[in-house]
Design a protein around this ligand. Structure first.
Ligand code: FEO
Ligand code: CA
Ligand code: CA
Length: 543
């Protein structure tokens, strides 16, 4: 018998997470159904029509194998692994690949650029030992070089997908690359006057802009910036890169706030302003959205990047169903009589640099580790993965679905539902990155921590996986497992090619709990001659 008890649709939530409690108390089910029946959540002219086809695979069972397990009929090609040469110059692929974003090349079917984030470094696998007494200068360089991102060129031939190391586009963006600041905090006292900073690291997930650049998100930046003795306020931002154009100045958009950024998802308000949804991945942290001052002009192409320099940043108050503007005026009003806070918050730059504190002060709801936020391309609703929060007894996490007032991403009021919840009733635990397929299914990867995996209440789930959850119809909210990760790995950054015939996926930190290099807990991807496991990006085909 499958260790997962059953997959019935989740109807009531008994956890104690703040967001979950608010949802349970709000009696939303009826509201949401009425609004759906009236078609209130659809966006004429903008929405894609889902095909609602049947599931294209036979779900797999949880697995503990040291292998990337896929349904029958599917296969994967390893296209880039840690340390691989990516270009003629000899640049190498960084460690712990995460977010991937595919950019097809004009007129070249089956060839494109792939942006890949590199989130952090394993001392044991990169330096050959754990570092307890501080890094040498050379080790700091290695630490910084192996984070950031890679632009690689990939192509498909009769044998499968491969990386093209002769690419003239392929390059690295690292913790050593000079990067400009834009927006209100640029040159401000809040960032010690900086207009250019050193590098990007802790790059977790990201998003595509409407003008086809990538936004890569700095998440848990604290340990690297501390180890490298870099200014903490220069990290924790959203960074914009144009994979095709090395002359596009890489920039950190301070108007989008500084926190532990998981990803971004960009949409348009009805009046044409750009809206960016974002999660702050830590316990008891907020969901944010940025609304630009100016409006999107398709003909302006990459000049639209300017839109991310000026606008208003909001935090979600779940109990009121309101987006709260994070302005210096509001913060100072709230801080009246508190001299320490008034000292800390003097300018809008202070609000952006200390975003989490400002958001909580103004009524942003602390939630259970908001990770990926994605807009449904079919009905404009917003899905938010809340990985988990042991502080609230929410051990398996849940996925929230936001319904903006009047279907407008520019609205300042919303309703929400708990779309799916982790647990043995659904078969998944710790939802993280999200994406959609043409049938209207939500794809989620899971991130049970390596230290909890296959122990205690997490035993039935096996290794981390990929799950597919219909967003409409009889099976709405039910999860079906598509992939199971190698030992102690996390699957991240799922990205379909436009024809949905290939899914790019990162396999991050296989063998993460290894203590003795002579006895690695994983050897995935099992390459001949290798003596360590290697984080790698794969291309899955068979759809
Ligand atoms: Fe890097 Fe929130 O996962
Ligand atoms: Ca993540
Ligand atoms: Ca995660």
């Amino acid at each position: 018998m499958s260790p997962v008890l059953n997959r019935r649709k989740f109807l009531s939530y008994l956890g104690t997470g703040t967001a979950a409690l608010a949802a349970a108390g709000a009696g939303l089910d009826g509201l949401v159904k009425t609004a759906e029946a009236k078609g209130l959540f659809h966006q004429p002219g903008r929405a894609k029509k889902p095909k609602y086809g049947p599931l294209k695979f036979t779900p797999i069972e949880p697995s503990t194998k040291d292998e990337l397990v896929l349904p029958k009929g599917y296969r994967y090609d390893v296209i880039a692994s840690y340390g691989d040469k990516i270009n003629p110059k000899g640049d190498t692929f960084g460690f712990n690949n995460d977010y991937t974003l595919y950019f097809p090349m004009d007129n070249k079917k089956g060839r494109g650029l792939l942006w890949v984030n590199h989130e952090y470094v394993s001392d044991l696998f990169v330096f050959g030992r754990t570092i307890e007494t501080g890094y040498t200068a050379e080790q700091i360089n290695t630490l910084l070089y192996n984070q950031g991102g890679s632009v690689i060129e990939v192509y498909q031939d009769s044998k499968g997908w491969k990386m093209d190391p002769s690419s003239t586009y392929a390059r690295r963006v690292t913790g050593l690359t000079p990067i400009d600041l834009t927006g209100p905090a640029r040159g401000s006292a809040a960032v010690d006057g900086a207009v250019t900073v050193q590098g990007t690291f802790a790059n977790c997930s990201g998003g595509r802009t409407l003008w086809n650049t990538v936004l890569t998100c700095e998440e848990n930046f604290e340990s690297t910036s501390k180890a490298a003795k870099l200014n903490q306020t220069h990290y924790g931002w959203v960074v914009e890169v144009d994979p095709f154009n090395p002359r596009f100045q890489i920039r950190k958009h301070t108007a989008l706030g500084r926190f532990n950024h998981e990803n971004t998802c960009m949409g348009l308000a009805k009046d044409g302003r750009v809206v960016v949804y974002m999660g702050d991945d830590k316990k008891d942290a907020c969901v944010y959205k940025f609304i630009s001052k100016g409006t999107y002009k398709p003909k302006a192409g990459k000049k639209n990047a300017k839109l991310l320099e000026e606008g208003v940043l909001y935090a979600a108050n779940f109990a009121k169903g309101q987006w709260i503007p994070l302005t210096i005026e509001a913060v100072r009003k709230k801080a009246e009589g508190n001299s320490a806070l008034l000292e800390r918050f003097k300018t809008q730059a202070d609000v952006l640099v200390n975003c989490h504190e400002a958001a909580l002060l103004l009524g942003g709801t602390p939630t259970d580790r908001p990770e990926d936020v994605e807009i449904s391309p079919f009905d404009g609703t917003i899905f938010i993965a809340h990985t988990n929060n042991d502080k609230h007894g929410n051990f398996h996490g849940h996925i929230t679905r936001f319904y903006e007032k009047d279907d407008d991403h520019g609205a300042l009021e919303f309703q929400f539902a708990i779309f799916a919840a982790g647990g043995i009733q659904s078969g998944f635990s710790a939802p993280d990155n999200l994406t959609f397929d043409e049938d209207g299914n939500l794809w989620t990867v899971t991130d049970i921590s390596s230290s909890s995996m296959n122990t205690a209440i997490w035993t039935p789930f096996g290794n981390n996986g990929v799950f597919v959850i219909p967003t409409h119809g009889k099976q709405e909210g039910e999860a079906f497992q598509f992939a199971s990760a190698p030992v102690e790995a996390e699957l991240t950054g799922p990205c379909f090619t436009p024809d949905e015939k290939t899914l790019f996926l990162s396999v991050q930190h296989p063998g993460e709990e290894t203590e003795d290099l002579a006895k690695p807990t994983s050897m995935w991807p099992h390459r001949n001659g290798d003596d360590i496991p290697r984080p790698s990006v794969v291309a899955i085909t068979g759809f």
